[in-house]
Design a protein. Structure first.
Length: 548
């Protein structure tokens, strides 16, 4: 045991001792590594062999079959589907009446009442009453303040009944108007009594009409009417006017033909004119239209008994076509008519005329025009027009210098050729905001007068409306009138151009109650409506409207 252990120790020591060898060359003990060792393994290739069965015997299927039909009764039943129904929008509630009351400076009360029948399929009826007056004063050119009182009152009762294919309607009306002849000669130093310079106008009328309401133009369409009007002033001058009208339209072959007829009779008191006025009118026409064009041909014929029974015949024609449908539409035409200058027409045009003034009828022998209308977009539309008119016996208002006060008007006559250029643009941005711009420019060529007295060289207007959530409504209007000329003691006198700006704001507190503020001529422009008749300047009115 000891000898074995001794042998092991000796062998271990011997192994640890350095061994020295001898050879021809000494071995290099350093090893240089060029790159890391990367072991690789070659891919195994599989034998892609599928077993196959090779059989020389072929089997063809051969069989026969038959189907025996048999009816199968089902118990399914189809339930009918109820047809769809078109439901209209809910109808808005209607109110029977509306009452408006207001008060403004110059002590200007305003009242308006409208009463209507509620919704009906066969009839409608209504009543309208209005009053507006003023007791203010204005300053004349001699710096003297004079009363410029006026009063406007009107009332009308109207009704309508609808039959199967026709309509019968009518109404009665009445009114009372008064003004003061306050525009006397400023060179006079005097004070006038209201009773001595007041002009009163009474009016009453009735109308009746019966006309067809066919849904298409293949049937005979007709319109029959009868009117009566009484006009009387405060100086016992009266006029009774009777008017009848009959119109018929129908197809004759491919032409749509029509005939308008009317008889007008004006019975006047001796203070106006010793001779009455009877006018007979017969106007035939034919028209035809295509997809992009339309034209009309006809005649306007008038027999004027006051003009020694002379017959006046005027051509009537117009034509329009589409360059771009509903976008660019040129139109042109020619017509003429006999203008009936009744006492009522002249009195309401200028209430400061000499009482009982008689004015001759005017003859519009030719009116030729050319225009271009259409839509620039779905929101903007336009209409531009130029016309040339020849008028015989055209009347112009001038002061009556035979009276010392010079506060009443008479007329003078002349033959005129008028070249008119006009334009109109409407822009509806949306249902809330809308604009409309209009303008006319006039050029007169007269036979004897130096100027067309009281006729402006141009006029223009701009209207805008804004609706804020049906709660606040704003309406604004601006009117601009060009210079005018009137005869004076030393020749023609120029009346300067003037603006007239108006604004109305309405606040709807509820559906039944609203309040309004109206500002008329809020720029306080000083101008004369008629020569020596200055208008009231800045006017403000507040009020409310209530629906019942």
């Amino acid at each position: 045991m000891k000898s074995s252990l001794r042998l092991i120790i000796i062998l271990s020591v011997t192994a640890l001792l350095p061994v020295r060898t001898f050879s021809q060359n000494q071995i290099e003990k350093q090893v240089r590594v060029v790159k890391p060792y990367t072991p690789t393994l070659s891919d195994a290739e599989k034998i892609n062999l599928l077993p196959k069965i090779s059989d020389s015997a072929r089997v063809r299927p051969d069989f026969q079959y038959s189907i025996t039909p048999k009816r199968y009764d089902t118990h399914f039943r189809v339930n009918p589907i109820r047809p769809a129904r078109m439901l209209g929008l809910p109808l808005e509630r209607l109110y029977k009446s509306q009452f408006t009351l207001g008060l403004g400076n110059y002590f200007t009360p305003f009242a308006e009442l409208t009463v209507n029948q509620l919704r009906s399929r066969k009839s409608s009826m209504g009543l309208y009453l209005k009053h507006q007056s003023s007791a203010g004063k204005v300053k004349l050119e001699n710096d003297q303040k004079v009363p410029s009182n006026y009063s406007d009152n009107i009332g009308e009762l109207y009704w309508k009944h609808m039959f199967y294919r026709s309509v019968l309607e009518g109404g009665v009306s009445g009114g009372y108007n008064s003004v003061l002849y306050y525009g006397y000669n400023p060179e006079l130093d005097t004070t006038l009594n209201k009773k001595d310079i007041r002009q009163k106008i009474y009016s009453a009328g009735a109308r009746l009409a019966y006309y067809s309401s066919n849904p298409d133009s293949l049937h005979l369409n007709y319109h029959l009417g009868l009117n009566y009007q009484l006009t009387r002033d405060g100086y016992s001058n009266a006029e009774n006017a009777f008017k009848t009208h009959a119109g018929f339209e129908t197809f004759i072959g491919d032409w749509y033909s029509g005939l308008d007829m009317g008889v007008s009779y004006y019975g006047k008191s001796e203070g106006i004119d010793s001779s009455n006025n009877l006018v007979v009118r017969v106007d035939p026409y034919v028209t035809k239209a295509g997809a992009d064009w339309r034209f009309l041909l006809g005649l306007n014929t008038t027999t004027d008994i006051r003009d020694k029974g002379s017959i006046h015949i005027y051509p009537r024609a117009n034509f329009q076509f589409n360059i771009v449908k509903d976008v660019l539409i040129p139109y042109m035409g020619v017509d003429g008519h006999r203008e009936i200058n009744s006492y009522r027409k002249i009195l309401f045009e200028n209430p400061f005329i000499k009482p009982g003034l008689s004015v001759k009828n005017s003859d519009y022998g030719m009116n030729g025009y050319f225009g271009l209308k259409g839509q620039y977009s779905s929101k903007m539309a336009f209409d531009f027009r130029i016309s040339y008119t020849q008028v015989n016996d055209m009347y112009f208002f001038i002061l009556d210098t035979t009276d010392i006060l010079h506060n009443q008007f008479t007329v003078t006559y002349d033959n005129a050729s008028i070249l008119t250029t006009s334009g109109e643009i409407t822009w509806n941005k949306n249902e809330k905001l809308q604009f409309m711009l209009k303008g006319h420019y006039y050029h007169y060529a007269l036979d004897s007068l130096a100027y067309p007295w009281h006729k402006p060289a141009f006029d223009a207007s701009l209207a805008a409306s804004y609706n804020l959530r049906d709660k606040i409504l704003v309406d604004a209007n601006l009117f601009l009138t060009g210079k005018r000329y009137v005869p004076g003691s030393d020749g023609a006198v120029e009346l300067k151009p003037f603006p007239d700006a108006n604004l109305e704001v309405e606040y709807r507190y509820t559906k039944l109650l609203s309040f309004f503020l109206r500002l008329n001529n809020f720029t306080a422009a000083k101008y004369q409506v008629w020569h020596q008749y200055p208008s009231q300047r800045f006017q403000a009115m507040v009020g409310f409207t209530y629906a019942l």
